[in-house]
Write a protein that binds this ligand. Structure first.
Ligand code: SAH
Ligand code: DHB
Ligand code: MG
Length: 219
């Protein structure tokens, strides 16, 4: 029987070029003993299409891991574009820098090490130039706070995309005692109530199991 995973593999093979650079990014992440929780190749391409569709020149990423999604996003940028990527784990941050360099996008990737909430507060205070695209993928309990920062740092017309918001369907469980489910539910409720945001969620299946992306347009 065919499965969501086999369909995912078929679609990847059909739609994406073989990509030794991205394969090497994942190998470097594995060599650094980082967990294998990056977005899938098709999801990376999806993020790239979204970033390009808003002509993103400045991208904010919250949660970089080894930089797999970072490199996908960096490749979506025009010349002089930048991905500012926030990462708490120094070993991961180093891997992102190595991966960006090896992938030919070192000049487009800025890794800011530390807890994202602190970095975002600093950026907001300092009047950081607005971002066109925000990808939220760090600690799930931080998502509600990251949404406020993302809106504050985004230009009108920006997209805010958040990974892992369906959680095998547990998002529908209003009695969940899982702190990550509770936080993601809060994130979606906040997005729903925010006067500047139009929000939807696309559920995903495939090599990463049943999950989903939230997407908000900043009006
Ligand atoms: N976006 C990556 C995957 C990110 S995994 C990709 O798809 O390739 C989540 C990352 O968030 C991990 O690297 C973890 O160290 C980081 N993280 C967790 N808590 C954080 C925090 N408070 N601030 C910044 N980064 C955090
Ligand atoms: C997992 C997957 C993710 O995409 C993520 O950002 C964090 C954790 C996981 O499968 O555990
Ligand atoms: Mg994720």
């Amino acid at each position: 029987m065919e499965t969501a995973e086999s369909a995912d593999r078929y679609l990847q093979e059909l739609l994406l070029d073989p990509d030794p650079v991205m394969a090497a990014v994942l190998e470097r992440s594995d060599a650094a003993h980082l967990p294998q929780i990056a977005v899938s190749p098709l999801q990376g391409a999806f993020l790239s299409i979204l970033a390009r569709s808003v002509k993103a020149g400045r991208i904010l990423e919250i949660g970089a891991l080894g930089g797999y999604s970072t490199v996908w996003l960096a490749r979506a940028l025009p010349e002089n574009g930048v991905v500012v990527s926030l990462e708490i784990d120094p070993k991961a941050a180093q891997t992102v820098r190595a991966n960006a360099a090896a992938s030919g996008v070192a000049d487009k990737v800025r890794v800011l090490e530390g807890p994202a909430a602190e970095t975002l507060a600093d950026m907001t205070e300092r009047g950081e130039a607005p971002f066109d695209f925000v990808f939220i993928d760090a600690d799930k309990t931080g998502y509600p706070a990251y949404l406020d920062f993302a809106v504050a740092l985004a230009r009108k017309g920006a997209l805010i995309v958040a990974d892992n918001v369906v959680r095998k369907g547990e998002i529908a469980n209003s009695n969940s005692s899982d702190a990550m489910v509770v936080a993601v539910r809060t994130y979606l409720e906040k997005a729903r109530a925010h006067p500047r945001l139009q929000t939807s969620v696309i559920q995903t299946v495939g090599v990463k199991g049943h999950d989903g992306f939230a997407i908000s347009l900043v009006g």
